[in-house]
Design a protein around this ligand. Structure first.
Ligand code: NAD
Length: 482
């Protein structure tokens, strides 16, 4: 039985200086429920002037926040984590309504969001410098200082967690932030920002400016008074954002796309390999940068693996996220159509999928989980990021070829290995060109483990301890003693 699809308010403003306000030119964006295509709510669409207001508010609020004793920032971030947990069900429902993902996945992402604030709360008072020996005549030490105002551009696929992913470490070290959420999914970010303030974050330290990417997003990333940009999204936009940041001599961190290989060796536990494949590609209907979208299986294991895979995929339910189906709708009609074009391309170049392939034409933006077998690694569907529930399966003859094909991609976000041979696991992990290697479990690791891309999957790392230094600048102090 489908639950009612209502979001909390009929209108949302920009969140600047702890107040909800309309855009200065009064423009709004409609936010849709991808399970029904109906408008859920309207949100103010920031203009260039609104973005400038948010940046100057952040500049002044940031001074007091940066001056706080670090343990006070720790306590505030812990209180934010707690408030998010207290509001977990509410936030999960918002994520499901605006993004479409199943409620149980949304609940998991809200837990990750709370954990992220908790993790960086623990870092806020441990940002230690070094003492550098220069002999008796000097004392030399380093200090990690906040950058000032950091800009964060967030995509629609995991809106609440990806908001927290870069905002929590930036706040922990004393920056003030301005966030531009995706057009499709601004409500989660706006709601978490309000909750952060209820938890004790001073007004103006965290500002959210929903709006159009090419207008509000570009205004933010090219603003002369921001000090760093963290962008999560597509490679094409990432290039534009990086160009704007570099021309302002700002730091830029890019978390971009992937076409991540999962290598299945014949000694692997094939039931587990199938389970991990299904989780890796069909979580969030495949709209995950680190999806296991390109399976390469050893020739000897291929037939058994594909039989098991097809059986497992047939079991998956497709339906509204509020009903907690296994696979929810894609985020928008436009994105559903893009994925449908790739399925057509697959039919033309590879043949019919071994399972799935239907694209809904009724209510909501549903696409069946789809697997193409016998896919040449050079083909477009094996090389381009589809960002939907579409898996390609190819084969390899030996370990050398597995690594060669795995690395034959311009992306290098994630790669996975399924094997029981510990030596092979480490050899292959060493030889794969990706920022993160999963052995015997897809999506292994968490808030604590570095995440980011080799090659064209990005610049820099989020998560873990080193992400703190995305948001600090290093000062060296050298004192002559006599
Ligand atoms: P997108 O690049 O279209 O949009 C991302 C964000 O950029 C949105 O907020 C958008 O409004 C904004 N934007 C658009 N044009 C802009 C501009 N000129 N200047 C500044 N901002 C602008 O990406 P998308 O389609 O929303 O997201 C999907 C992509 O994100 C996929 O490629 C996926 O792999 C990638 N992604 C990567 C990670 C990661 O951690 N590596 C995580 C999630 C998603």
């Amino acid at each position: 039985m489908a639950q009612a699809t209502t979001i909390e308010r009929e209108e949302y403003g920009l969140w600047i200086d702890g107040t909800d306000r309309p855009a200065d030119d009064g423009r709004t964006l409609a936010v849709e429920d991808p399970a029904t295509g109906e408008v859920l709510t309207h949100v103010a669409a920031a203009s260039e002037a609104d973005v400038s207001t948010a940046v100057s508010v952040a500049e002044s609020a940031g001074e007091e926040w940066a001056a706080r004793i670090p343990k006070e920032r720790t306590r505030t971030l812990l209180a934010i984590a707690e408030t998010i947990r207290e509001n977990a069900e509410r936030l999960a429902r918002i994520e499901t309504l605006e993004n479409g993902k199943p409620l149980s996945e949304a609940r998991g992402q809200v837990r990750r969001c709370a954990r992220h604030f908790e993790y960086y709360a623990g870092e806020a008072d441990k940002i230690e410098g070094d003492s550098i020996p220069l002999g008796d005549g000097y004392v030399d030490y380093t200090v990690h200082e906040p950058l000032g105002v950091t800009a964060h551009i967030v995509p629609w696929n995991v809106p609440i967690y990806l908001f927290a992913r870069s905002v929590a470490p930036a706040l922990a070290v004393g920056n003030a932030v301005v966030v531009k959420p995706a057009e499709e999914t601004p409500i989660g970010a706006l709601t978490v920002a309000r909750l952060a303030e209820e938890a004790g974050l001073p007004p103006g330290v965290l500002n959210v400016v929903p709006g159009d990417g090419v207008e509000a997003g570009a205004a933010l990333t090219s603003h002369p008074n921001i000090d760093c940009v963290t962008f999560t999204g597509s490679e094409a936009t990432g290039r534009e954002v990086a160009t704007a940041a570099v021309s302002n001599i700002n730091e830029v961190h890019l978390e971009l796309g992937g076409k991540s290989p999962l290598l299945v060796f014949p000694d692997a536990d094939l039931d587990r390999a199938v389970e991990e494949t299904v989780r890796g590609i069909f979580t969030n209907a495949g709209q995950v940068c680190s999806a296991s979208s390109r399976v390469l299986v050893h020739e000897d294991a291929h037939d058994e693996y594909v039989d098991l895979l097809v059986e497992a995929v047939k079991e998956l339910s497709v339906g509204p996220g509020v009903d907690d189906a296994d696979i929810g709708p894609l985020v928008s009609g436009e994105h559903r159509d893009r994925v449908a074009e790739y399925i057509d391309l697959g039919r033309k170049t590879v043949g019919d999928p071994v399972v799935g392939g239907d694209v809904g034409d009724g209510v909501g933006y549903f696409v069946e989980p789809t697997v193409f077998d016998g896919v040449d690694n050079d083909s477009r569907i094996a090389q381009e990021e589809i960002f939907g529930p579409v898996l390609t399966v190819g084969t390899f003859a030996d370990e050398t070829e597995a690594v060669e094909l795995g690395n034959d991609s311009r992306y290098g976000l994630v790669a996975g290995v399924m094997t029981r041979d510990v030596g092979r696991a480490h050899r292959v992990a060493r030889d794969l060109d990706a920022g993160q290697i999963y052995v015997n479990e897809w999506f292994a690791g968490g808030n604590e483990t570095p995440f980011g891309g080799y090659k064209e999957s990005g610049i820099g790392r989020e998560n873990g301890r080193q992400a703190i230094h995305n948001y600090t600048q290093l000062k060296n102090v050298c004192v002559r003693l006599d």
